[in-house]
Design a protein around this ligand. Structure first.
Ligand code: TRP
Length: 374
């Protein structure tokens, strides 16, 4: 018998079958309801498929942020990337959504690259390694088409003259016992790890520092990052700033099925730098949950909710709801067999990556348009 694995969702580890209802309760975050979706739609004219499909499923103070916006108090966006490896497709989900928000609301975006964090938390990575991954990840960010006039990307180790001073102000309000309680740290954690949340907090008020007036902040993120910002939200009012609003996404499932896509199991994920052959190979080994034989599949059908191919369409490769329905129905009714299903997805992914990789090449000459320097 397979033992059901316990669910763990922290910034350092995500495993087990994720129960999002339970996370809402555990984290004390709010589900995004119909009323809130209507309010967003009123401002944006349409709803992104990631909202329609409840892939962005929860929030903190998004209603407050919209109140402010309706009163003419514009907000800015903040998100980030921990450069522990090459970018995979799951990482792109919050970024694609962030770009949509930037376009719809025409607002500033701060994009923090935590090369310090990944050095501190990963035994096998040097500062040089995390910087190298950072530079590569930045190409993916730029390739998505963010507005260069309003997008500010920085590495923590490079933008440190500005960040360190602000992080100090945060850290003075943060005790070791709070960090222990929130993250489960022990006396064995290195002191850099203990300090780190102060660095991740700074961009949540950086625009207010730079503009010398309070500006509301919205942070799109994958839900594993929420605990950092529980701390942020406690501390910022003590420094005279607004608490940031947050919008949380689910994790794109890996090709092996359950859990989050993980950068450590490379055959579970598709990297933005993968070749066509690698993509074909990874998808051909994906989990579909189909019946053991063609005959049984035709007769009984499969389950799209556990089929990683169907989930790839839902999260990324089929924004059209009607077409997604057709794909799910075909899987359920057994009219599509695993190899056809995989073949179709392979074509879609490779088409996307071909374009994306072209844009990554172009991005190499555009980095400085986006970097925030001090
Ligand atoms: N710690 C995040 C990671 O490991 C990176 C990050 C920094 C981030 N600031 C953020 C993610 C703000 C989301 C929002 O990936």
């Amino acid at each position: 018998m397979v033992k059901k694995e316990e669910m763990v969702v922290t910034p350092w580890e995500v495993r087990g079958k994720i129960d999002y209802e339970k996370l809402i309760e555990q984290f004390g975050i709010k589900p995004i309801n119909k009323e809130l979706l209507e309010r967003i739609k009123k401002q944006t004219g349409e709803l992104h498929y990631l909202l329609r499909r409840k892939i962005f499923f929860a929030h903190r103070d998004l209603d407050w942020l919209l109140d402010q916006y309706e009163k003419g108090n514009e907000f800015y966006l903040y998100t980030g990337r921990g450069p522990s490896g090459e970018t995979h497709l799951g990482h792109l989900i919050p970024w694609v959504f962030t770009k949509w928000l930037q376009d719809k609301f025409n607002v500033e975006l701060y994009f923090q690259i935590t090369d310090d964090e990944k050095f501190l938390f990963k035994d096998n990575l040097s500062l040089n390694d995390t910087k190298t991954f950072a530079k590569s990840n930045i190409l993916d960010i730029i390739a998505l088409g963010f507005n260069p006039k309003k997008t500010h990307i920085f590495l923590n180790t490079e933008y440190s003259k500005t960040l360190y001073k602000e992080a100090l102000r945060v850290s003075k309000h943060l005790t070791f016992s709070t960090v222990k309680a929130v993250f489960g740290f022990t006396n064995e954690n290195n002191v850099g790890e203990i300090f780190f949340t102060s660095m991740q907090t700074v961009p949540a008020f950086l625009e207010s520092v730079r503009k010398e007036k309070n500006v509301p902040c919205l942070i799109p993120l994958a839900v594993d990052q929420d605990s950092h910002f529980r701390i942020t939200r406690d501390i910022l009012p003590k420094l005279g700033y607004y608490k940031p609003a947050i919008i949380h996404s689910k994790f794109m499932p890996g090709l092996k099925g359950v859990g989050k896509m993980s950068s450590s199991d490379l055959s579970d994920t598709i990297l933005t730098t993968d070749t066509e052959e690698t993509v074909g190979w990874k998808i051909s080994n994906a989990f579909t949950g189909q019946q053991p034989t063609k005959e049984l599949q035709r007769k009984l059908g499969g389950n799209p909710d556990i089929c990683s191919i169907c989930q790839y369409y839902k999260f990324f490769f089929e924004p059209d709801d009607k077409k997604l329905d057709d794909i799910f129905r075909a899987e359920k009714e057994g009219t599509i067999l695993a190899h056809e299903h995989k073949q179709d997805l392979t074509e879609k992914v490779n088409k996307f990556l071909k374009e994306h990789q072209k844009k990554r090449e172009i991005a190499k000459g555009r980095i400085e348009e986006f970097m925030l320097r001090d």
